[in-house]
Unconditional design. Structure first.
Lengths: 104, 303
């Protein structure tokens, strides 16, 4: 397992929201937990992944997410069991949508 | 009078294909779920981390309080897609804690949404101890007058220790897709050989562990369609009608006699279809095509 930490500048998401989680830590899948972190302007991401040596790809996928969506002032925790970049992007967007609409 | 146009278009939501969180979200009354130890305040299993495996925040067991058609209940939902729903130390502690809480919260029932292959082998002894603690907790909860209901219809069924736990519950509700047994098909094949049991023969696996078989042998109390709404209705009805009395020694002896007679009567049979014939079903081949409702009716006739 490898643990990676990232921080990206991103537009803040307005409003107070309860935490949201989407996805399952199953083969080729991942869970994404989003928690509000109002004291940090950036989007902070912690990745625990079963696949070692993919830091650059994680960086690219997460940076694209933080650029495309308002994800500032958020703490994102990812537990990953070898998901492909497309699945990671999908789960991030599902989790952010759930977070924004306040459904846990 | 014409039936309403949407009668045939009613969306069903498969229980089998849903994640544990989706089951919880759609089984209980909207907005009523309060999760104990939610993912944001938990950390994944340190045992898995030591083996280099990523864990889940909730360790594959969602626990909490909710209402089911108005009745207050506690619940446990196992995530079959995470490590096969297997019971590790944290996973087990969450289940035990929820059952223990029933002693003080006094809910109308505790619902176990079982979806598990049994003990999590990565955690070995801790997992085995967790299973034994869950068994004790189920009995303590029932003795305190709170019914414990087992719902089985997930991808992993209820095997190993969780198969035993299911049979210790007040009532077992299954779908045809759900499976209930002790040793899983692959374990039997590995230990006893493919001649004894071919784990890749899916039809055989379901004929000897599936919901219909369990209903007909009396190990399951109610068979429902693979639909979260069907589980919801059956669960709510069971909660309304449940009256828990402490199991007495005489009950256990009587049950033991029933099981001993069954083992004698069915000895030597090696397929569900043979068992069904021995139980008095004239056309066992027709069973696989019956709906849950028809199978329930048939099981009622057998008794």
């Amino acid at each position: 397992m490898e643990t990676l930490e990232f921080s990206f500048a991103s537009q803040p998401l307005p409003g107070a929201h309860p935490p949201a989680i989407r996805g399952v830590v199953g083969s080729g899948n991942l869970e994404v937990l989003i928690v509000a972190a109002p004291n940090d302007a950036a989007c902070h991401v912690t990745v625990n992944t079963s696949a070692r040596g993919f830091r650059d790809i994680w960086h690219a996928v997460l940076e694209a997410f933080a650029t495309r969506h308002p994800a500032g002032q958020l703490d994102v925790t990812i537990n990953d069991m070898g998901a492909t970049p497309a699945v990671v992007t999908l789960r991030l967007e599902q989790a952010l949508a759930a977070f924004a609409e306040g459904s846990p | 009078m014409n039936p309403p146009a949407n009668q045939f278009l009613r969306a069903t939501r498969s229980y089998f294909g849903a994640t544990a969180r989706e089951r919880v979200a759609h089984l209980f009354d909207a907005g009523s779920v309060i999760e104990f130890l939610p993912p944001e305040i938990c950390t994944p299993s340190p045992h898995l981390a030591r083996l280099g495996l990523p864990g889940a925040q909730d360790d594959g067991a969602i626990v909490g309080r909710a209402t089911l058609e108005g009745a207050s209940v506690l619940f446990v939902a196992q995530e079959g897609q995470f490590m096969g729903g297997a019971v590790g130390e944290l996973h087990g502690a969450r289940i035990v804690g929820t059952l223990a809480r029933a002693l003080t919260d006094r809910p109308r029932a505790v619902l176990l949404l079982i979806d598990s292959g049994g003990v999590r082998l990565h955690e070995a002894n801790a997992g085995l101890i967790a299973i034994s603690e869950i068994m004790r907790a189920v009995l303590d909860t029932r003795r305190a007058g709170v019914p414990v209901l087992a719902l089985i219809g997930g991808v992993c069924g209820a095997f190993g220790g969780m198969g035993i736990v299911a049979r210790m519950c007040s009532r077992v509700i299954m779908s045809e897709e759900g499976r209930l047994a002790l040793s899983g098909p692959d374990v039997i094949e590995t230990v006893a050989g493919v001649e004894e049991f071919d784990a890749r023969d899916r039809a055989l696996v379901w004929r000897v562990t599936g919901g219909k078989h369990r209903l007909l042998t009396g190990d399951c109390d109610e068979l429902v369609d693979d639909d979260i709404d069907a589980f919801r209705s059956a669960g709510a009805r069971a909660v309304r009608n449940a009256s828990e009395r402490a199991p007495m020694l005489a009950d256990l002896r009587q049950r033991q006699d029933v099981l001993a007679r069954r083992a004698q009567r069915l000895a030597g049979l090696n397929d569900g279809a043979q068992v069904w014939r021995a139980l008095g079903i004239a056309d066992p081949q027709a069973i696989s095509m019956l709906t849950a409702e028809e199978t329930m009716a048939l099981a009622g006739e057998l008794q």
